[in-house]
Design a protein around this ligand. Structure first.
Ligand SMILES: [Fe+2]
Ligand SMILES: [Fe+2]
Length: 303
């Protein structure tokens, strides 16, 4: 970790903003929602898919509360404001491995599926990609795809870091989880945003569309100069479930997006279903992954 990050206390958002016991609760909820065969690739065989459906009601309630906040506060103006605040990437510089370790200390993972820390989720995703014989940049993508969660380190509440993403500036799709909570979103009163296209043009391409703010978009900007385009799509849109899994917002995509979304969908099972009780040994894997980091990324990333 860089010296500056060692000295800096991590700001903590108010508890009222943090309904999830940990950020992974949201991803466990996703596993409950998405169990279709089309996510077959990359599933680990240690665990039956049905086992992932084991949810207690209290955690569901916290996911609901999380989405209530998310849907209320993710407005077009909020997204613009966060982009101005973060996309200058002037908060902190650190090596990729230090960023992974910092994320690990930040997020106390008490995931019911797997009480292993965040670094293990990253290594398991990457190792699952590697086991399938995919190219090295795809493996590296598995390793770094969630590093945007360092937004928590900069004091952002959960609802501005994780959760399914969706476009702002146009009508909210009813394919988004808990669509009823958009009633409390100020954009629901803005006439300009009430049609399927809203402020956008048909087929304008997702690069021209503002998505709700979170770890995907942030991390995309951190690494956009260094990785092949399919990797960047995976990082930028891996939480865009309303589109990549529910099929919403096709009218905003262009043909290139549709082509690249094959990669986004190919990545998804490695993210959701690669968790298994046998934790990869960090010490044994570190030098291999450091080699991938050195091949593609600069010695320090700007956050
Ligand atoms: Fe993620
Ligand atoms: Fe992930």
């Amino acid at each position: 970790m860089s010296d500056s990050s060692k000295d800096k206390p991590t700001p903590s958002p108010s508890p009222a903003n943090e309904p999830l016991e940990n950020l992974e609760e949201w991803e466990d909820f996703l596993k409950f929602r998405y169990t279709e065969e089309d996510l077959e690739d990359g599933i680990d065989t240690h665990k039956d898919r049905e086992d992932y459906r084991n949810y207690e009601d209290p955690s569901r309630d916290s996911v609901k509360e999380f989405y209530r906040l998310n849907h209320q506060h993710q407005t077009f103006d909020f997204v613009k404001k966060k982009k101005e605040e973060y996309l200058k990437l002037d908060k902190e510089e650190m090596s990729t491995w230090d960023a992974i370790e910092l994320l690990n200390t930040l997020i106390d993972d008490s995931d019911p599926d797997n009480d292993l820390p965040q670094i293990i989720h990253l290594l398991q995703s990457a190792e699952a990609v590697r086991a399938k014989g995919h190219p090295d940049w795809f493996i590296l993508t598995g390793l770094i795809h969630d590093l945007g969660k360092l937004l928590c380190h900069f004091g952002e509440p959960q609802w501005a870091v994780v959760g399914d993403t969706f476009p702002v500036g146009c009508a909210f799709s009813d394919k988004i989880v808990y669509p009823e909570y958009f009633e409390a979103n100020a954009d629901s009163q803005n006439e300009q945003y009430q049609t399927d296209l809203g402020i956008y043009e048909e087929g304008c391409g997702l690069d021209n569309v503002q998505l709700s703010w979170g770890h995907d978009e942030y991390m995309y900007h951190v690494v956009k100069d260094y990785l092949p385009e399919p990797a960047l799509y995976m990082i930028r849109y891996h939480s865009f479930y309303p589109c990549h899994t529910e099929g919403a917002y096709q009218h905003l995509m262009n043909d290139h997006d549709r082509e690249m979304f094959k990669w986004v969908r190919a990545f998804n099972p490695f993210d959701l279903y690669s968790k298994c009780p046998v934790a990869p040994k960090v010490s044994e894997l570190k030098s291999y992954y450091q080699g991938l980091i050195d091949k593609y990324l600069p010695s320090k990333l700007c956050f």
